[in-house]
Design a protein around this ligand. Structure first.
Ligand code: SAM
Length: 335
């Protein structure tokens, strides 16, 4: 198992399959993009599957979430999912995506074994979407969400980052839209992980403000700590609404900045170039690609991974006076 010195066990592996993205969200990266990883540094399908297999067979990984960059732009993603679904024990397989290519890929991904999807959507307004993402793709994202629902991936989770004076007036509308579509909305507090280092704590929209806005239009009932478990989102039941499967409808808030949940964290990360990270905010990485390419056997790689994971810090430390933003931005770590 992957256990750190505070006794936390990681069972949830977030795998970035590419650092590239087909959107240019203003709060994530500059208009011109970023210096992408050279092709030879990115793990091949065989290398990725091998690391995930080691995680599943030897280290107790039970959930694998594919992310990026934008995971749907990695060629052959359904094939990669199929190979991961063939591992024993079979991990639960999920995807975090901007949804642009989901219209085309939702059905093949489900056929390959994908279990769940989170789609990022910050606005219902196509014009605002265009200025926020610097791309005119709103209709394709909506079509992608519908394709995911039609392919049986419901309840599709929607991830939204609210920004003051930009899209925070849409909080209640986004929730209503998600509930009516049979999606589960998660608001994510904006974190200091942008490539431009422009994050400002004073300007971010806090969980408290989000709940205040939602409560003006919805009756929200907190689900409490037991329902949350190790999940990053705190959840509330939305009175009067049902999920497509008949369960009570929910909304979640991921308050990484104002209500950090590091004590319950069960996550470990792998970047597209094979670096193991214990946390989004870690300042250190452990190179698993080098031993992989140098001919190390599975046992040796698992042991390196296990030892490196022991160094996971107690907390992300965003509120600490000595906090320093990690070198890599969110898109290069895998959000
Ligand atoms: N491209 C995929 C997507 O859009 O979901 C996966 C990667 S993206 C980095 C993952 C999520 O991180 C998106 O929901 C995005 O809005 C969010 N995100 C990006 N920068 C963020 C930041 N500084 N704080 C909080 N969330 C952020």
């Amino acid at each position: 198992m992957l256990v750190d010195r505070f006794g936390r066990t990681a069972t949830d592996l977030r795998v970035s399959v590419t650092d590239k993205c087909d959107l240019r969200c203003t709060y994530c990266m500059p208009a011109e993009g970023l210096p992408w990883l050279p092709r030879e540094e990115v793990l091949s399908d065989d290398e990725l599957v091998r690391l995930v297999r080691i995680g599943v067979e030897r280290l107790g990984i039970r959930e694998v979430r594919l992310t990026g960059g934008e995971p749907l732009i990695r060629p052959g993603l359904p094939g990669l999912v199929e190979r991961m679904a063939g591992l024993t024990p079979r991990p639960r397989l999920s995807l975090t995506t901007n949804g642009v290519a989901l219209g085309r890929l939702a059905a093949p991904l489900v056929a390959a074994g994908l279990d769940r999807v989170n789609v990022s959507l910050d606005t219902l307004d196509p014009q605002l979407f265009r200025s926020l993402t610097r791309r005119d793709r709103h209709d394709r994202v909506i079509a992608g969400i519908d394709a995911a629902l039609a392919a049986g991936l419901g309840p599709v989770k929607i991830n939204t980052v609210l920004m003051r004076g930009i899209n925070d007036h849409e909080a209640a509308d986004l929730l209503r839209w998600s509930l009516e579509r049979g999606c589960e909305l998660r608001f994510i507090e904006q974190m200091p992980l942008d490539a431009q280092h422009g994050w400002d704590r004073e300007k971010m929209v806090t969980a408290e403000e989000i709940l205040e806005r939602l409560s003006a239009e919805f009756d929200l009932v907190p689900e409490g700590a037991d329902a949350r478990g190790t999940a990053p989102a705190e959840t509330w039941l939305v009175t009067g609404y049902r999920a497509p499967n008949g369960d009570p409808a929910r909304v979640g808030v991921i308050a990484s900045v104002t209500r950090p949940f590091c004590g319950d964290c069960d996550r470990v990360r792998l970047t597209a170039d094979g670096q193991m990270r214990t946390c989004l905010f870690a300042r250190e990485e452990s190179d698993l690609r080098a031993p992989l390419r140098d001919g190390a056997d599975d046992a040796e790689i698992a042991e390196r991974w296990r030892i490196a994971f022991l160094g996971k810090k107690a907390g992300a430390g965003i509120g600490e006076p000595d906090f320093v933003q990690p070198m890599r931005p969110m898109s290069a770590i895998g959000g």
